[in-house]
Design a protein around this ligand. Structure first.
Ligand SMILES: Cc1ncc(COP(=O)(O)O)c(C=O)c1O
Length: 444
């Protein structure tokens, strides 16, 4: 389907997280996609440098997902998820639970990462209520991104995402972020320094406000949207220790890191730290149908479910589209593809090449301030010019017309190749990135 400029000014659609005016003057529309490639409305071919928004590690338009969803649409298209069900959601929950660390065998379905975060907050509240404890405080972290619903905004550590949205949840406290501007281009991405010291912020909060008043700590194991900030050595382990000491629940927001981005199924396995709850979305359906999920430890499920009288609803929460048949069909197909195509191992095998290619190709460029690699993801941060984010926005546009699709947050390009990418695709991403930087450096 081509874009019909004569009949559509594009004005009707208020685009999310976008420069609407700039985009509508210079539209960049994708009209077809396949594997690692996208095709724009002018007929250009692009390589997808960010797997969409970290959504599609198995490649665009995977035929197995397309077939599974098409078949589902001829069997049943909607089943009410409250007090009824369909086999697809139970099958998918089993498959996801098998990938989660033990003992995390229960999965609640949502439709996005934001809904997963808000659902996790409500599960935490339901859990403490069932235990007869009042714990009014949540802990999050500076520079955190936990989606855009009011719960997630309350946990947000990114100022633009929260500064005009005042009706947030009270009682949220912020750990310091883990970025150290003096440490750049770190091989492997992991600082040796300050892991325990930074995690001890939680200890200080527990000492100041009473650990028994803190319900949960939410962290992205690798802070993705803010620029691929990896945890310093010992950081996540120390958070876990402090949580254990005060009985605080530890929630990993794995909306980006889930399903293999770091080479292991989840960051929890990659860093060998067991959270109590994991939020996920994106790659769950290879980005093909909106879906999110929350994995919880058995003890949390059993406590909440066991706390009310038999015959009554236990948890007053859920969405009309929780476990939607089309999303489950896509999710089930994706979980099979992960196994059949050995996607996690492929991601793992590509990580060293990815890091070498980025450091070799972009480190030392006059416009590049830092490169942070986190598994098969990386942030390439450019020096700001004319104000924060302006250079990043301009680069994003130019990269598109140079045949590279990249997600930018401000002046950070967040790259995340697909797990099906070959080394030549990695080279292409780095070359097109560098070419665009050169053009900007030479011609402004
Ligand atoms: C860590 C994290 N949590 C939550 C979200 C929100 O997900 P969604 O955009 O699907 O609502 C994102 C999105 O990028 C994310 O990176």
């Amino acid at each position: 389907m081509a874009y019909d400029a004569a009949n559509n000014s594009l004005e009707a659609h208020w685009m999310p997280f976008s420069d609407n005016r700039g985009f509508k003057e210079d539209p960049r529309l994708v009209v077809r996609a396949e594997g690692v490639h996208l095709y724009d409305h002018r007929g250009g071919k692009l390589i997808d440098g960010s797997s969409g928004l970290f959504c599609s590690p198995a490649g665009h338009c995977h035929p197995k997902i397309a077939e599974a969803v098409a078949k589902q649409m001829t069997e049943y298209t909607y089943v009410m998820p409250f007090q009824a069900g369909h086999p697809g959601s139970f099958a998918l929950a089993e498959k996801v639970a098998r990938m989660l660390p033990e003992p995390m065998n229960h999965v609640f379905f949502t439709n996005s990462g934001s809904e997963s975060v808000d659902t996790a907050m409500k599960i935490v509240m339901a859990y403490w209520n069932a235990r007869g404890e009042t714990r009014p405080r949540f802990v999050s972290r500076e520079r955190a991104y936990h989606g855009v619903n009011i719960g997630g905004v309350s946990l947000s550590g990114m100022v633009k995402n929260r500064d005009i949205f005042h009706a947030t949840v009270p009682g949220v406290m912020m750990l310091r972020h883990t970025y150290d501007p003096n440490e750049t281009f770190i091989p492997g991405g992991h600082s040796e320094h300050r892991g325990v010291e930074l995690a001890n912020d939680l200890e200080r909060m527990a000492q100041t406000y009473g650990g028994q008043n803190i319900a949960a700590v939410f962290v992205e194991p690798v802070a993705g949207s803010t620029g691929a900030l990896t945890p310093p050595k010992g950081y996540l382990q120390r958070l876990r220790e402090i949580c254990d000491q005060y009985g605080i629940l530890l929630v990993f927001d794995e909306v980006i890191t889930g399903f293999g981005r770091l080479g292991a199924p989840f960051a929890a396995q990659r860093y060998e730290v067991e959270p109590d709850i994991i939020t996920m979305a994106k790659a769950l359906t290879n980005g093909s149908i909106p879906m999110g999920a929350v994995g919880v430890k058995d003890e949390i499920y059993e406590t909440v479910v066991g706390s009310s009288r038999r015959g009554l609803t236990e948890f007053f929460h859920g969405y009309t589209y929780s476990g939607h048949p089309a999303a489950c069909a896509a999710g089930n197909a994706m979980m099979d593809i992960i196994v059949e195509e050995d996607l996690f191992a492929r991601a793992q095998a590509l990580i060293p090449y990815w890091e070498e290619a980025l450091m070799g190709g972009l480190k030392g460029h006059e416009l590049v301030r830092d490169i942070r690699v986190a598994g098969l993801m990386a942030a390439v941060e450019v020096h700001p010019e004319g104000g924060p984010g302006l250079r990043g926005t301009e680069l994003q546009k130019r990269m598109f017309w140079n045949g590279l699709s990249v997600k930018f947050t401000g002046d950070n390009a967040i790259l995340a190749p697909q797990f099906i990418a070959e080394r030549a695709h990695i080279d292409e991403i780095v070359e097109k990135f560098r070419l665009t930087l050169d053009q900007m450096r030479d011609n402004g």
